[in-house]
Design a protein around this ligand. Sequence first.
Ligand code: MSP
Length: 525
Amino acid sequence: MPQMAADPRYITTPIYYVNGRPHIGHVYTTTICDVWARFQRLLGNDVFFLTGTDEHGQKVEQSATERNMVPQALADENTAEFRRVMGMFGLSNDHFIRTTDAGHKRQVQAFVQRLMDSGDVYLGTFEGWYDPGQEEYYTETKARETEYMSPISGRPLQKATEENYYFKLSAYQDRLEQLFADNPGFVRPDARRNEILGRLREGLQDVPISRTNFTWGIPVPGHEEHVIYVWIDALFNYTTALGMAEPDSDVWAQRQQYWPAAYHIIGKEILWFHAVIWPALLMALDAPQPACVYAHSFWISDGQKMSKSLGNFIDLDRLQSCIDTYGRDALRWYLTTNGPLGATDADFNDAQFHETYTTDLVNTVGNCTSRVSAMIAKYFDGVLPADSGIAVGDVNWPELCENQAAASIDAMDRFDLAGSCAAAMSIVRSVDAFIHDTEPFKLAKDPEAAEALSAILYRCAEALRIASSLLEAVMPDTMAQLHESWNISAAVDLRAACSWGQLQPGQGIVKVALFPRVQLASSEA
Ligand code: MSP
């Protein structure tokens, strides 16, 4: 068969503001992208997974002033914290972009220059309402709706009148509507798409893309007193990381195949920028559109929205303590299978975490792999027996595994991470049920049943091998441990790894205990 070229697949997280501290929200988005990226790599695709930090803007300038620092020093300090987070959670991003990178700054200026040359960016006078907390502008209509208060912080909006550079967003109304009509999956989930369609129907106005009341940002080329609005600067990261504005650069030579992105994964609060402004900027630059902007909902904390005033952020210390108690893969599993990928928020609470860990990982994956390897140890001295093909039970294992693997791969392709995990878990549960029905521990006492016993244990181990390959992206550490104990070589191609019959009779299977049972710390009385 001719060698197929690896399919390039690009996935991005938002770039995170350096004026806040990393918390579950940042870890969540980055983790789900990581799961997808690892899965795609296992499929043999050529993945580029991007994350990074958003370092310009008035808020960073102010925080730096308060701390008697220059903004760059504050940005350096806080971006280091975000990078540390990558290490804590085993995230496999291919690049970490900073908006203070020289290459990013140069390219943002080049993009803005192109937009000025084409007339998509022009100098105009802005009158409207500014939300300093969000660094966002509102129209008169929008501001009136919220009684001239920030919908986020509740603080008064500031009346703003100033000369600014504008982006001609209004010129893209029809093309944006067409984009949405032609690509029903452009914004997901559907509830979010409908929100955007509703707002689009209200009509688009041009947006200011520069500011003159602070300096910490990228200057508008040729008009240094203007700083490029932080959101425009930030959105461009998805293309500057690939070198798009410098077509002769080495970076573009190496990375151009990744555009357009397969997924921009973001939280729901920043959808407008990604679903409307970003596509319009790309249209203005004649660049292809990403395939999907996926806006997940929020984690809330024990039933309440996380907020500074409540002091209830699920912060890094809390996440670290989950890792200390349950392991890193347990946290990845919980975030991936219980997270807010749909239209509703998800609650992070210890009892549910514990329950998920115990049910899925201890009682299912851990128990099943331990039982099968213990029986192979006990009845076959840790050597995998052969399957003669004798009929035992009524499961067609090759077919069951093939179907579940296809379901798991399809679900992951659609970014249905929980669905992908569920298909893999259903293989494990089928193994459990098979052991329950065929009772190998009883057959072991009957010398005449030796052939059936061998067949059962081979099939159990082989099915678990396939399940473990599908679970590797979400739980890389534990599955690596299983693969080592069972002498399973790393999957080069996940589809091929999911075909039946690859464990070799005679190979060693070492007993494993993957997920130790944990006692739930009793809550304070
Ligand atoms: N810098 C902008 C994004 C620019 S992208 C071109 C920004 N940064 S942020 O630091 O505030 O990060 C926002 C992202 O963090 C959200 O979009 C989401 O991915 C994640 N989360 C923040 N809080 C969250 C929850 N409570 N729950 C889940 N994720 C959320 O906005």
